[in-house]
Write a protein that binds this ligand. Sequence first.
Ligand SMILES: Cc1cc2nc3c(=O)[nH]c(=O)nc-3n(C[C@H](O)[C@H](O)[C@H](O)COP(=O)(O)O)c2cc1C
Ligand code: FES
Length: 401
Amino acid sequence: MSVLIGEGDPAARLEVRVCDGLSCAIMGAPSLLGALQRGLAPAVQVRRASCMGRCDKAPVAAIGHYHLEHATAEGVVSCVQSNVIEPVVPRTLELAEYEHNGGYQLYRTCLAGERTPDDVIAVIEASGLRGLGGDGVPTGSKWRAVREQPAPRLMVVNASEAEPGSFKDRVTLERDPHRVFEGALIAAWAVGAGEIFVVLRAEYAALHAILGDEIAKLAAAGLPAATRLHLRRATGGYRASEETTLIASLERHGARQSRPTLVNNVESLAWVRDIIERGAAWFAGQGRHGAKGLRAYSVSGRVKEPGLKLAPAGITMNELLEAYCEGMADGHRFQAYLVGGATGRFLPASKADIPLDFDRLKAEGATIGTGAIVVLSDRDDLNAAARHLQHFIETETSDVG
Ligand SMILES: Cc1cc2nc3c(=O)[nH]c(=O)nc-3n(C[C@H](O)[C@H](O)[C@H](O)COP(=O)(O)O)c2cc1C
Ligand code: FES
């Protein structure tokens, strides 16, 4: 394959990135990268890049800001030649529709004094909701601890999703941004934070436009009331999404210094409205095998139906595979699964009856983390996959200090 691009051609300034996350790697990204480097470079800059948060549509390539899913060399070349470089803005639930479905009524009852911060925190505590950004810290206790710190306080919505294999925060925000905003506004009200910074991964360009528009609509409707909502881009890699690094970076870019700060993940906040409206017992009762609640699993790899799966906390891999993913892809036998992203572990298929829960996986030296799961089959080289992950960790930590 070869493509001719003349000087002055817009494609000559173009960058094509090929995802080198594990899900894309097993679905053919390395050979795609090689073909593009041979066919497009040097006229077009072709390079590898970190997980783009679309692992269920692997392999993925970005042409400028356009993400080509299930990418082939021919598909990428066609985008380059036709100058398809802008992100596709997905359909989202806009403010008017969200409000039409009862959205922000809960927040209004908080502002009207029909609920107290203590009541709301108690419901979140009783629900058993644990932080879904990876660490699993109980959300209610975290809110209480921040509320007990001296004012003024800040809040950060961690939407910097850089965990390889994870795409739940992008999908959640694309589908229903106001559910996350309402959760954040209630959290900020409960802990007494006057400003909220939504820190969004820079890779998610279309989502940035959506959130900017919806925040502007909220402001025009006078809804955030006493709380100011800001949107910021997270430009660092995986380590930059960790909360202390995120706060330090915000402070360098103008956020008030050293204020007690509540940091919550997008998905943790997305559950707040349902938990308060339906009750703590409803949420807690959704879990399986001793775990509490529901959560979003980002499933990719060799399953028939990869994607975002809303399923009980504590479900086993075998249950998730059969009931939510239609089993393995044709011609593939279940060999192993990576659970918990970059800091997670590969577990063999023989250990697929362990509940996917923070506590139960600990005994295996694993974690459910953000709920990212990559399924490998007998056609995949497990040693190569382990080396791939090791390389990611080494690269991400090599510039520490
Ligand atoms: C290396 C590293 C990367 C992280 N990346 C994210 C991330 O992309 N998104 C996120 O919400 N939390 C991430 N976390 C966890 C955050 O530090 C923090 O615990 C979380 O945002 C708190 O929200 P939660 O309690 O609602 O989970 C990361 C942690 C580490 C150590
Ligand atoms: S998009 Fe390629 S591994 Fe996530």
